[in-house]
Design a protein around this ligand. Sequence first.
Ligand code: FES
Length: 310
Amino acid sequence: MLNLVLSEACNETARIRVMAFKDVAGQKLPEYTPGAHLDFDLGEKGTRSYSLIDWPETDPETYTIAVQREDEGTGGSQAMHNLAVGTVVKVTEPRNDFELSSGAAPVLLLAGGIGVTPLISMATALMQQGRDFQFHYTARSKTLMGFKDQLSDNFEMRLYCDDENPIDLAALMSAQAQGSAMYLCGPKGMIDAARSAATVAGHRDENIHIELFATPEAHSDDTPFEVEIADTGEVFSIPVGKTIIEVLEEAGKDLMYDCQRGDCGICQTDVISGEPDHRDVVLSEADRASGKVMQICVSRAKTSRLVLDL
Ligand code: FES
């Protein structure tokens, strides 16, 4: 873990706070690649992940993030907004589940709301490498759109607001060259719509890279179900409001996971029987339809029991 001190903070919009951190002992910070994030240890509020923002002029001795306050959330973003300059926090070294590929293919960056943050770092890298890219950014309204001036000053941007000039995803995707590498980051609704527009336009799934920017929400018709571990025959009850990972971890199981939003793919688990209720954005339509794998950080069950290869 790194010990970082909040060295500067300012409000970008009424809900977005930009925060800059330095090493508490003045040491050099570990390097990171575009799309990387930090996991902040917020004590009883748990862990929160925030993407690192790298502008062309960013000081390499600083980590910059942006936190959107979610008043309906569980308090993590509010805790981040309340941190005073000078506070020391514990943070993991940068990790990247949303890597920018190398290669000559044209790149499409598509951001929804605060999902713009990892794409800023990608745009900076693409510009410095002289690569061909387009950067499209959509938000519900102009007042909610963070960084619009700084983005327009640094990159050739296309900005869209739902209440003025909504984005036409079908037109956008059909205008992209086949083989383009696409990076989509934003809320689930935008990602689902963009991915299906890309598929309709003939783009292949392996060229579409996704990061979700929202904590998955419970559905009003969620029901409890059971998980059986195939190897041991142990059975666990998964109540409404808890994930498979949360229940199994409380029972002392050691599991691999990272994002807990259904977009990194690390917690993917083989399903031996039962029907998953997929809530992730990482599986392809074919994987989803097969019912043979699931992301146990967000997905639930359509049947009363799932037998998992854990
Ligand atoms: S932990 Fe990232 S998809 Fe489950």
